[in-house]
Write a protein that binds this ligand. Structure first.
Ligand SMILES: Cc1cc2nc3c(=O)[nH]c(=O)nc-3n(C[C@H](O)[C@H](O)[C@H](O)COP(=O)(O)OP(=O)(O)OC[C@H]3O[C@@H](n4cnc5c(N)ncnc54)[C@H](O)[C@@H]3O)c2cc1C
Length: 292
């Protein structure tokens, strides 16, 4: 869509630095392309380079994570497996995915993304990495599946970055810590932040001022529409993480008695609340914001 709208796209180009004008504004990027270095001068830079964004760091924004605020993930694309193609399965349990979950997301009748995320501080404990948890699960559940692809990586599961903009630069998606703090899903939020940032950038360019002050319109929009709820979701996550496997099983037993079409987010939270009434305080904010 960007190409159709007139954008010039350069693939396999690795950004290695940003350039700054005398007044400190980011005014370009340096990139390596087929063994040669180039500089591209810009009106504004949108850093969409994923977790622990280096582009953001080169511009002076601290994008690092506390280990507690990341999940470490490993995923296979597996074919020739027995799945229900129209349902996404989640597996929870301290033994199979500590501080995270295993997912089976169908991509067709007998093919699915099967992955695991575990807490950043848990990875390596007892010598076990995310990939080890995944291999154990796959061996048990899909012993005859054919692994076609593998992806590994971290996802942010903490609050969104306090600073999303600088003079001449905006950060979006995982670079801005915009994945959901409970699920770690970040594709939809990356698209929202991309749109909000692009619109703020266009306005800054239009009025000839891309200072952080003007670009902050993006941050305000993000915070008011999505970001302000992250703190509550983080606290709900911390509450739910205290559940034992037994409590999770009790919640699942209640929910499994309902017809699937009646299992709403509100219903899930209601069931969870029975076990952790203090979460109601956080839930109240999400209900007011229309999230539940
Ligand atoms: C195993 C796994 C499974 C996941 N499954 C889901 C899911 O089912 N649903 C969901 O919503 N989310 C999922 N996520 C999270 C999701 O992938 C991210 O939230 C999302 O991709 C973030 O998009 P992004 O564009 O911000 O960053 P990314 O997708 O990380 O894209 C950043 C891009 O920038 C490039 N880049 C980095 N540095 C440079 C540089 N210096 N120069 C040039 N290019 C650079 C990278 O190569 C990459 O292509 C998953 C994550 C993992 C690790």
């Amino acid at each position: 869509m960007a190409a159709e709208a007139g954008a010039e796209i350069i693939v396999k180009a690795r950004v290695t630095g940003v350039t700054k004008a005398d007044d400190g504004f980011v005014d370009g990027v340096i990139f390596r392309y087929f063994g040669r270095d180039y500089t591209c001068k810009t009106k504004v830079v949108i850093a969409a380079d994923g977790i622990e964004s280096q582009v953001g760091r080169w511009a002076g924004i601290d994008t690092t994570h506390d280990l507690r605020d990341v999940d470490i993930c490993a995923q296979y694309l597996i074919s020739k497996i027995d799945i229900v193609p129209d349902s996404c399965d989640f597996y929870l349990g301290r033994e199979i995915a500590p501080r995270g979950y295993i997912w089976v997301f169908p991509k067709g009748d007998d093919i699915a993304n099967v992955g695991v995320g575990i807490g950043g501080t848990i990875s390596g404990r007892g010598g076990k990495l995310a990939i080890d948890y995944l291999n154990e699960f796959v061996k048990r559940k899909f012993p005859n599946g054919k692994i076609l692809a593998q992806v590994v990586g971290c996802v942010p599961v903490g609050d969104s970055l306090p600073d999303l903009v600088g003079d001449g630069i905006l950060l979006i998606g995982d670079a801005a810590h915009h994945s959901d703090p409970i699920s770690g899903g970040g594709i939809a939020n990356a698209m929202y932040s991309g749109q909000f940032a692009a619109e703020a950038a266009v306005e800054g360019i239009r009025i000839g001022d891309v200072s952080a002050e003007v670009l902050r319109a993006y941050q305000k929009r993000w915070d008011s529409q999505i970001g302000k709820n992250f703190k509550h979701i983080c606290r709900i996550r911390d509450g739910v993480l205290k559940f034992s496997d037994e409590v999770f099983n009790r919640c699942a037993a209640v929910l499994s008695k309902m017809p699937p079409e009646k299992v709403t987010m509100a219903q899930i939270f209601k069931t969870v609340l029975k076990h952790q009434p203090r979460l109601l305080l956080e839930l109240r904010h999400l209900i007011l914001a229309g999230w539940v």
